[in-house]
Design a protein around this ligand. Structure first.
Ligand SMILES: NC(=O)c1ccc[n+]([C@@H]2O[C@H](COP(=O)([O-])OP(=O)(O)OC[C@H]3O[C@@H](n4cnc5c(N)ncnc54)[C@H](OP(=O)(O)O)[C@@H]3O)[C@@H](O)[C@H]2O)c1
Length: 333
């Protein structure tokens, strides 16, 4: 931290598509700055520097971690590298914010979490949705029993990517088994994590099926979860079918529709016998997540109470269970 201004000094690992968004949010938070970024490719690092104005870039992650004094590192590589990159930081005593999904599988997640706890270092999955005003308001209203007991949640996260998009190339992270590709880990983690937030626990039963790409990763899937007492969830994820991104929560006294649940700015409340009500919330943004990291660092917390590590681990176990259902393993698993 800078001594006078209490400015958090961030580093970034991986200079791909998402990294500039976090850099912008750190700037917008008014509480920190990205002082450095590292990429395996110096060319990518320099492009990132031109785009964001970050002070220094490095062509190696280790070099950045050794030369810079950092308060936190954002891990923004493809899923398969998250565990390895998070470990690199934690072993050097640096707190981490790790992009979603936290790791490729639960085994990796367990190891990273154990290391963070052992070293008493802050560690969090960058589940940015969790910190948006709409999510906070929704949780508060559900806790107040606004729709009674939740009985059914139906949600989709389906995005039709253009067949000629670079994302659809076999070497891209979405398509490549080597990079832990597939729709479930990239998109499915959102409904799985959102559902955990709503239900306050992981599902008791998990079943699902998927259709695969020719490269051997899931392109579309449907899955069903069961909870004690008979509550259910029906979810789907795809990167090839028409866009659907809403969540419908049905309770014993009404229902809530959350349009674009993963980046919602409002939701619609329908209570039995009452007129429909739209609840407007603040803008979704990475800034909320960044401020939560700063708060936790300031207060010396090892994890955020809003996105706990046990929850992250449970969600990784749910993704593992689904992949087991449709018989999909990544290389080395
Ligand atoms: N929170 C969100 O809204 C959001 C949105 C999009 C993505 N994400 C998450 O952020 C992470 C990165 O996504 P992205 O879209 O930024 O990915 P990306 O641009 O495809 O790649 C990010 C970085 O991963 C490394 N990488 C990519 N392809 C590689 C390959 N073939 N071999 C070796 N390394 C490779 C590179 O790191 P170097 O620069 O070090 O070489 C690259 O800069 C993913 O885990 C994704 O789930 C989150």
């Amino acid at each position: 931290m800078d001594e006078n201004a209490k400015t958090f000094r961030w580093g970034i690992i991986g200079c791909g598509l998402i990294a500039p968004r976090l850099a912008k949010a750190v700037e917008e938070s008014g509480e920190g700055r990205v002082v450095s970024a590292a990429s395996k490719s110096m060319r990518r690092a320099r492009r990132f520097q031109r785009e964001t104005g970050v002070e220094r870039v490095h062509g190696s992650y280790e070099e950045m971690l050794e030369r810079e004094a950092l308060d936190a590192v954002y891990v923004a590589t493809t899923h398969n590298f998250h565990a390895e990159n998070a470990r690199l930081c934690l072993e050097r005593g640096i707190p981490v914010l790790v992009e979603k999904p936290f790791t490729q599988n639960a085994r990796q997640a367990e190891a990273v979490i154990a290391l963070a706890r052992d070293r008493r270092l802050f560690c969090m999955e960058a589940m940015w949705t969790r910190f948006n005003p709409a999510s906070r308001r929704l949780c508060a209203m559900l806790a107040d029993g606004v729709i009674g007991e939740i009985r059914l949640v139906q949600g989709d996260f389906r995005v039709r990517m253009h067949p000629l998009s670079p994302k659809m190339m076999p070497w891209n992270r979405m398509y490549s088994p080597r990079l832990a590709g597939g729709a479930l880990l990239d998109l499915g983690i959102y409904p799985v994590a959102f559902l955990h937030m709503l239900m306050g626990r992981p599902p008791e039963t998990v079943e699902g099926s998927a259709t695969m790409t020719w490269t051997g990763v899931d392109k579309s899937s449907e899955y069903r979860f069961g909870y004690p007492g008979g509550a259910r969830a029906e979810l789907s994820t795809s990167f090839v079918s028409p866009d659907e991104r809403d969540m419908v929560i049905t309770g014993t006294r009404g229902s809530i529709v959350v349009p674009h649940f993963y980046r919602a700015d409002r939701f619609i409340l329908r209570r039995n016998g009452e007129p429909e009500q739209t609840i407007e919330c603040g803008e979704p943004s990475f800034v909320h997540q960044v401020r939560e990291v700063h708060r936790c660092l300031r207060e010396g917390l090892g994890e955020s109470p809003l996105m706990r590590l046990d929850e992250t681990l449970a969600n990784m176990r749910t993704l593992d269970a689904l992949r087991t259902h449709w018989g999909m393993r990544y290389p080395g698993e």
